[in-house]
Design a protein around this ligand. Structure first.
Ligand code: CO
Length: 172
């Protein structure tokens, strides 16, 4: 089922998500809904809090360029209860977010991350990356802490964003 996305400045996005303990049918339904919603909105990642479920679950599905940007379900990385084991280096990438639709800006992140997480069945995994996936992981993990990428902008850029965003929201 495609769910509604919580849009900035909705306060629910500031909630800290809680740890998942039950790896049951309910969680699987949530993850399936997250996938459907993300694909419907042309996203590459989504945290559960973005569909108003404050639990530590996020998904990432990097479109396959050679296949017209396809995002097959079996390629979805489902990350539950992530924990950073290592963070290294620095990089900059233009980010966007389904909760801040239509806005894109350069954000500084760590270049390399190594995380520990659980899958939908509760099995533990370790994952490392120093490319786009590393950035996506950091962006989505921020959501679980109640943080958005716009909070990483310079004061000047943030002010400009807030002004433009207010205007855009009033038009709706
Ligand atoms: Co986001």
């Amino acid at each position: 089922m495609i769910r509604d996305i919580v849009i900035y400045p909705d306060k629910r996005l500031k909630q800290k998500s809680s740890k998942i303990i039950d790896f049951n049918e309910e969680l699987h339904c949530l993850l399936d809904d997250m996938y459907e919603t993300m694909v419907a909105k042309n996203g590459v990642g989504l945290a559960a809090i973005q569909i108003a479920e404050p639990v530590q679950a996020l998904i990432i599905n990097i479109p396959i360029e050679e296949q017209d940007g396809a995002q097959p379900k079996e390629n979805t990385l489902e990350i539950i209860n992530p924990q950073f084991l290592e963070i290294k280096g620095k990089t900059k990438y233009q980010e966007g977010c389904l909760s801040v639709p239509g806005y894109y800006e350069d954000v500084e992140r760590a270049k390399y991350v190594k995380i520990k997480y659980q899958d939908r069945f509760g099995n533990e995994h370790i994952l490392e990356d120093d490319d786009f996936l590393a950035i996506a992981i950091q962006h989505e993990c921020d959501h679980l802490m109640g943080k958005l990428f716009i909070e990483k902008l310079s004061i000047l850029k943030r002010k400009k964003f807030e002004k433009e965003w207010k205007k855009k929201m009033q038009k709706k």
